[in-house]
Design a protein around this ligand. Sequence first.
Ligand code: GCB
Length: 573
Amino acid sequence: MLKPRSTPTRELVNLDGIWRFTVGEQTLDVAVPASYNDLFTDSAIRDHVGWVRYHRQVRVPRGWADERVVLRVDAATHEGKVYVDDVLVAEHAGGYLPFEADITEHVRAGEEFRLTIGVNNELTDTTIPPGTVITTPDGRRQQQYLHDFYNYAGLARSVWLYSRPAVHIEDITIVTELDGTVHYSVETSEPAPVRVRVLDASGTCVAEADGAHGDLRVEDVILWRPGAGYLYDLEVEIADTDVYVQPFGVRTVEVRGTEFFVNGEPFYFTGFGKHEDTPVRGKGHDPAYLVHDFQLMRWIGANSFRTSHYPYAEEVLEFADRHGIVVIDETAAVGLNLAVASGLMGAPPRPTFSPETFGEATREAHARHLRELVARDKNHPSVVMWCIANEPASNEEGARDYFEPLVELTRKLDPTRPVTYAAVIFATHENDRIADLFDVLCLNRYYGWYVATGDLATARVYLEGDLRGWAEKYGKPIIMSEYGADSMPGQHSVWDIPWTEEYQLSYLEANHRIFDRIDAVVGEHVWNFADFQTAPGIHRVDGNKKGVFTRDRRPKAAAHALRARWAGLDGRK
Ligand code: GCB
């Protein structure tokens, strides 16, 4: 699905700002984009379960009389219904990916219409991510879920109205090779002659061709590299009707043996699992935080991050493309594990994968989500790998039947990128049932925190045994996709005392000592970039405090130590 862009044949109206918001009997003003939960003082709104309505008047530009008019919602978390006046024009399940509707038949150029977007935040056994709505003893509906971040809801990304010609470009796919070959493929709304040109960063045409599919060759190509995100534009034109410009980078990604290669060179990931999470906005996309977070990543020497635990706003990936930051693109499939509750572990009360728990219908929703994710993100050079789930019960019976078709689907959708999943601590090299299906092993491990709490000597022994077990059995690259310790800024100690800034720092150093000894380890993503909000819990102090930065992005002591280490690594081990 193409991102709305202003081109010589397409116009774009951004609908962000203050909308009206109806929840239950109340109607208030609300900000878009933003999660609605933290905007209001009323806890009944923050904890609301079910539908809310966003509404506003929208005027269609008067020059659009001969155009198709499209309404695009970048995300409605977790389910959206769009109405033009009282007509339902679009429905979508899945809170972190865009959807759109051609509303031409329902509007008139120059006139206003009432736009209503219903948004539902309920999570069930068949949503991605899953959850359960229960009734409290006093009769309220309450959302419960298995993931460790607050269930923010609403319109957290932009809403757009755009025009496009009746005969238009529907989709573009670009795959590149190091010699400057650019394989391209264009889908049009009906058969039409297509012309393509490659423009370099200065706007000079460096290759051109006719036809909807084919190969172009860029001479003296400048590669997209980690740290140097050189971009070209593919300008696609259907004669006399439509023009669309798709940025891309020329780079390759490959896994061979226990190494991960970008452009044929071994790459070592340094960085974080992140969250879209900021005060007041919740998961609302904010360009100021985007710029600042990338500044902090550069300052600390992070060359990469994982979009834990859901697809991020497209603006984030575009920024990563431009700045040469490497991205592991993760689905919203977090919590497919009944043995984990809010990041903590226990015995599964019921099997995770079964017709009564996560079965066929869940997998269907997961497959649909994967299709939409790859369709949205396939042309981003920053995206080097798909992560199709976080901490599923990969050690339980049924995991293989659940995941095998999804891995196949991902490879079919995109044969060019490796596929991974992030394995939970109690999926070991001995009991995990799916690791062989994947290219890279991403491991989430908390030795010294949830296990061997406060005892880093024991933690190191456990970690080393664990990593060597995976390395020897599978012979695949390993990324430490999560390791981290909570710290309360301002807590200090000369001893190994959990929750102090020193302990977070020593914990990370203890992990690093082991990573450096194991060749198969090709990356380290600290959990987490910044503190973030979670559901209430006795292990959470106004949220998860494993951030290396606080929620308002101030460095904790560990940030300085990481900066020193990563400057020395510089993308190589
Ligand atoms: C995990 C989860 C992550 C949690 C983290 C924690 O394993 O993947 O979502 O936030 O642990 O801090 O418990």
